[in-house]
Design a protein around this ligand. Structure first.
Ligand SMILES: Cc1ncc(COP(=O)(O)O)c(C=O)c1O
Length: 368
């Protein structure tokens, strides 16, 4: 069976370095917010091209804390997309704000910037969260330009796009603040939960730091109300190893994507925008008989996944009560019924990628 993702292969590829990093932390006697976290934060911020990184417990907390640090709270509206991990929307409600769920560009599957323009004209929006889905930057230049004109802060959700670029700038360096999940299967994944927030704004970074740990400015004294969402030293030490390999890992994902691209030319896929560097967190196809295709591929030994089968606004916890943008998420609903993610991880071999391609072709033929 060729798995869709394989985080264990990621460990085995760098086992000696990761084991050494773990041993060093265990022997150090310091396990929470120490030199490894500080080192990882600095190295990650430098990698993105911004001044400050703040390690947190997971990507959902990263978004929640970014919203809180920007002063978003009850009564505020925050625009994002419905075609995302539910966490993006959950974070908005965690701070007591109201999500406004926009449709996606039907060709790229990321935020419809025209709809955002409409919404910014119509109602007071306190923040906007574009999601760089599957590893491709959203229309972040347009989104930031519009939001700056309306004085609305942009929080980039980069959880699926570590290292992705538009022009020569990395995602996470366009908005006021940016958030990444470091979940094990992400392009930069921990061996458990983790997340990071980054920003160029020193005062905002300081607020995030305080909220991360009980609102402390000095130990045991809460200057503001906070939470506990610390990153631990073990994860930070392992993430520093993985960050060193991220450019090569992303290059390998791109090489696999080139095999898929050249062999699956006639199959419908999200379009690439000009000037983007896609880092292929997921390689996604589109097919009207997605479920059948998925089952047949499984029978042929090829694992696939669906990101995501049900848009957030149709999920039981949200259906009928979340606000949609003027377009009503029609493109989102179509996309959710048709997307299929192929195996994609740096350790996938060329031979395996070719087997995946053969399976796609023969399964699609059988469907006709
Ligand atoms: C786009 C997006 N946002 C947020 C998250 C939430 O991250 P976490 O699972 O680390 O809380 C994820 C992870 O699945 C994600 O893909």
């Amino acid at each position: 069976m060729i798995p869709q993702a394989d985080p264990k292969a990621g460990y085995l590829a760098h086992k000696a370095e990761i084991d050494a990093a773990v041993a060093k932390v265990l022997a150090s006697g310091w396990y929470i917010l120490g030199s490894e976290v500080k080192g990882f934060e600095e190295e990650f911020a430098k990698f993105v091209g911004v001044g400050h990184g703040i390690g947190v417990a997971n990507g959902t907390d990263a978004l929640e804390i970014a919203l809180r640090a920007l002063g978003v709270g009850p009564g505020d509206k925050v625009a994002t997309v419905s075609h995302t991990a539910v966490a993006t929307v959950a974070a908005i409600e965690l701070v007591g704000a109201e999500p406004v769920l926009l449709d996606v560009d039907p060709e790229r599957f990321t935020m419809d910037a025209d709809e955002l323009a409409e919404v910014l004209k119509r109602e007071p929006i306190k923040a906007v969260i574009p999601v760089h889905l599957y590893g491709q930057p959203a229309a972040i230049d347009r989104v930031v330009q519009m939001c700056e004109a309306s004085r609305v802060p942009v929080i980039e959700d980069c959880s699926q796009a570590h290292g992705a670029m538009l022009g020569n700038r990395q995602v996470g360096s366009f908005g006021r603040i940016a958030c990444w999940s470091l979940y094990p299967t992400k392009n930069l994944g921990a061996f458990g939960d983790g997340g990071i927030v980054a920003t160029d704004d020193a005062a905002l970074a300081q607020r995030v730091r305080e909220i991360r740990e009980y609102g402390w400015r000095e130990r045991y004294i809460s200057a503001t109300t906070g939470m506990n969402t610390r990153l631990d030293e073990l994860h930070a030490a392992m993430l520093r190893v993985r960050l060193r390999h991220l450019p090569a890992d992303n290059a390998r994902r791109q090489a696999i994507a080139r095999i898929y691209d050249s062999e699956l030319r006639n199959i419908d896929k999200p379009k690439l925008s000009p000037g983007v560097t896609h880092v292929y967190h997921q390689y996604v196809l589109r097919h009207p008989l997605r479920e059948k295709l998925r089952q047949r591929m499984k029978a042929m030994g090829v694992g696939t996944n669906v990101h995501y089968p049900m848009p957030v606004h149709l999920q039981p916890a949200y259906a009928g009560r979340v606000t949609l943008g003027p377009k009503g998420c029609k493109a989102t609903e179509r996309v959710a019924n048709e997307v299929l993610s192929l195996p994609m991880f740096p350790e996938l071999t060329d031979e395996q990628a070719r087997k995946v391609v053969q399976a796609v072709h023969s399964c699609i033929q059988l469907l006709h």
